[in-house]
Design a protein around this ligand. Structure first.
Ligand SMILES: Nc1nc2c(ncn2[C@@H]2O[C@H](COP(=O)(O)OP(=O)(O)OP(=O)(O)O)[C@@H](O)[C@H]2O)c(=O)[nH]1
Ligand SMILES: [Mg+2]
Length: 616
């Protein structure tokens, strides 16, 4: 069916009412859903297909409390709804999504939207929770009061959007209230109208109950709460090492077998070397870390979907305030554990520009998942698999590295505050979502997305860079009668020796120096690159043995120094590109790269010297 004039509807509502979950259900998309406000910061478009075969274009928007924005992400919502964006017409109809358990708050925006005089429908989302709490909502009455169709939805059940789909089918019949152009009503007037409507349509909705206060007494307790937070994070890093061992061994065995098979079944020559030393040792060597990444995200997703995260933000708010970060920075910084890029984009929920900039500048110090392969490799090679009481030393070290990232972010933020004489501390205002059991569907979508992103990276950027590195490390071939490993005569080998002048003071050998260059594009590439470089210098053995090789050839001091380097170094061009986009200037990405490289070099230098001095 042709749909040149496909119907376009926008999902509009308060933060955390389930717009994105509904969007995913309608369009089959896999956008991020989590139990806190401010998850979506950009508009996303998808297509829903109705029973009749008709298609509807659906726009998911950042949550907004009102059409008068106080943050950049809310401004996106206003601009899309009002059709103020140059590249996009206003939506034909509005689906106002509300959290049915919090109507007194959510209906205000609905009344504001209604004044626009557009075809509109109300989706009472979280109908399951509302029912479980015994909230009685007279849907017909509510519909009559508001003058728009009202449907109940449950965005976390596979058929939870059936009523909405049926209404979309007959969208042309949605009534349109006349547009009101008089001055916008004050919040108090809006609230009065909401009360009036609820008094007749859902009287029980006005009795606002707090359900979670008993749990919160512990979770948000200044001492017990912090202890719980530390324990949770700690368990998470333990699991990254102890649970991942089995699947990692399986992947390693498979790539090793592939390498061995190629070595016996192919004639020796450049193509075999490209496959074994380039592709398998390089990209294959990075793939091994998939289980650890998934375990880390399994925990992060659980914390996100349960409603725990904003509580942790409150716990840490005073600490963050002391170093000059806004409490709102917590969630962007936490997202940066996945990757600094969504983290930096999530800073759009911070209203104050200085606060936002400070958060952007420290976001790359949070340990992103691309560092995990590097850390895991170095930890497995150099930290013994020993148990201290119930703790495993490798997990403990990883935990320490994450803490190091966080602490350095605090120090840098504090220094920035000094330089910029920032605005005074503003206490955190953030809605606490109710606790929820994490949904299996969300969990599955979240893990699947992480796996997909990682495998795509391995298959594209990591693969191409290791292949490129293989060429640079193989050609030109060594001159006749050359003695050392062939790679030393190659372009990459020569570059590595040149760079070594810069890196020798911090203990890096030429192999590491080479690996750092492609690793600038993306951190994990450094692992793949080390695999390729050592496979080529080793002379023909099966490639996958990077771990024992570095364990044997590097001094402990070198290993620690390289770890310190990766805590700080801005080895990620995409992050710098996003900073350029978000700040609209080259100044901040350049400043960021400069300060991070300086920190990395200094930290590695100190680490290396101290380690040597201690006799490692
Ligand atoms: N029980 C239940 N949970 C829901 C329902 N809809 C959404 N959720 C949960 O509510 C939380 C918020 O969902 P999102 O879809 O991220 O909310 P959003 O409106 O897009 O939030 P922002 O992007 O921050 O504005 C998640 O934990 C969802 O799993 C529902 O109908 N029932
Ligand atoms: Mg959303």
């Amino acid at each position: 069916m042709s749909n040149t004039t496909a119907l376009k509807v926008a999902l509009v509502g308060n933060p955390n009412c389930g717009k994105t979950a509904l969007f995913n259900l309608l369009t089959g998309a896999r956008q991020k859903v989590a139990n806190y406000a401010g998850v979506t910061v950009e508009r996303k478009v998808g297509t829903a297909t109705l029973k009749s075969g008709r298609t509807v274009s659906v726009v998911d928007l950042p949550g907004a409390y009102s059409l008068t924005p106080s943050t950049p992400d809310e401004a996106v919502t206003r601009d899309v709804v009002l059709g103020r964006r140059a590249d996009e017409a206003a939506p034909d109809a509005i689906v106002a999504v509300v959290d049915a358990t919090n109507l007194p708050m959510n209906l205000r925006l609905v009344l504001e939207l209604k004044r626009l005089g557009r075809p509109m429908l109300l989706s009472l989302n979280m109908a399951d929770v509302a029912r479980a709490r015994g909230l009685q909502i007279d849907v017909a009455r509510l519909s009559a009061e508001l003058g728009m169709p009202v449907v109940e939805t449950v965005a976390v059940q596979s058929q939870g959007h059936a009523a909405l789909l049926a209404q979309l089918e007959q969208q042309s019949q949605w009534p349109t209230a006349p547009a009101v152009t008089s001055e916008a009503p004050s919040p108090i007037e809006l609230q009065r109208e909401v009360r009036r409507i609820l008094a007749v349509a859902a009287p029980t909705a006005m009795q606002f109950k707090r359900f979670n206060h008993r749990l919160d007494a512990v979770v948000m307790h200044p001492v017990a709460g912090l202890a719980l937070l530390a324990l949770l994070l700690f368990l998470m890093f333990q699991a990254v090492f102890s649970w991942a061992a089995l699947p990692m061994d399986a992947i390693k065995a498979a790539t090793e077998a592939a390498g061995a098979w190629l070595t016996t079944h192919m004639a020796d020559g450049p193509l075999r070397s490209l496959l074994v030393d380039g592709v398998i040792a390089g990209a294959g060597g990075v793939l091994v870390f998939l289980p650890q990444i998934l375990i880390l995200f399994f925990f992060i997703l659980l914390l996100e979907d349960s409603g725990y995260l904003p509580r942790a933000a409150f716990l840490l708010d005073t600490v963050m305030g002391k170093v000059g970060l806004s409490g709102r920075a917590f969630i962007p910084l936490l997202s940066s554990f996945a990757c600094a890029i969504p983290g930096i984009m999530a800073t759009r929920t911070i209203p104050n520009w200085r606060d936002r900039l400070a958060t952007i500048m420290v976001a790359p110090l949070m340990t992103c998942s691309a560092r995990l392969p590097v850390y895991a490799l170095l930890i497995s090679a150099f930290i013994p698999e020993r148990h201290i009481g119930p703790f495993n030393l490798q997990g403990l070290t990883l935990f320490g590295l994450y803490v190091a990232g966080v602490l350095s972010a605090m120090v840098v933020a504090w220094a920035l505050k000094r330089v910029w004489t920032k605005s005074s501390y503003q206490p955190l205002m953030l809605e606490l979502p109710p606790y929820r059991w994490p949904g299996l569907r969300n969990l599955a979508i979240g893990l699947w997305e992480r796996a997909r992103i990682f495998i795509t990276r391995v298959g594209t950027i990591i693969f191409s860079l290791t292949v490129l590195l293989w060429f640079l490390s193989t050609y030109p071939a060594p001159p006749d009668g050359a003695t050392g490993a062939a790679i030393q005569y190659s372009l990459a080998g020569q570059l590595g020796q040149l760079l070594q002048h810069v890196f020798a003071p911090i203990g890096f050998n030429w192999q590491i120096s080479i690996a750092l260059v492609p690793g600038l594009a993306a951190r994990e590439v450094a692992v793949g690159a080390l695999g390729t470089v050592y496979a080529l210098s080793g002379g023909g053995e099966v490639a996958d043995a990077l771990l024992p090789v570095i364990a044997q050839q590097w001094s402990l001091a070198t290993a620690y120094s390289l770890i310190a380097w990766f805590v700080f170094a801005p080895q990620c061009l995409s992050t710098l590109a996003v900073v350029k986009r978000e700040t609209n200037s080259w100044r901040y990405p350049l400043l960021m790269a400069a300060y991070l490289f300086a920190l990395a070099y200094a930290a590695s230098f100190v680490t290396y010297r101290v380690a040597l001095w201690l006799g490692s």
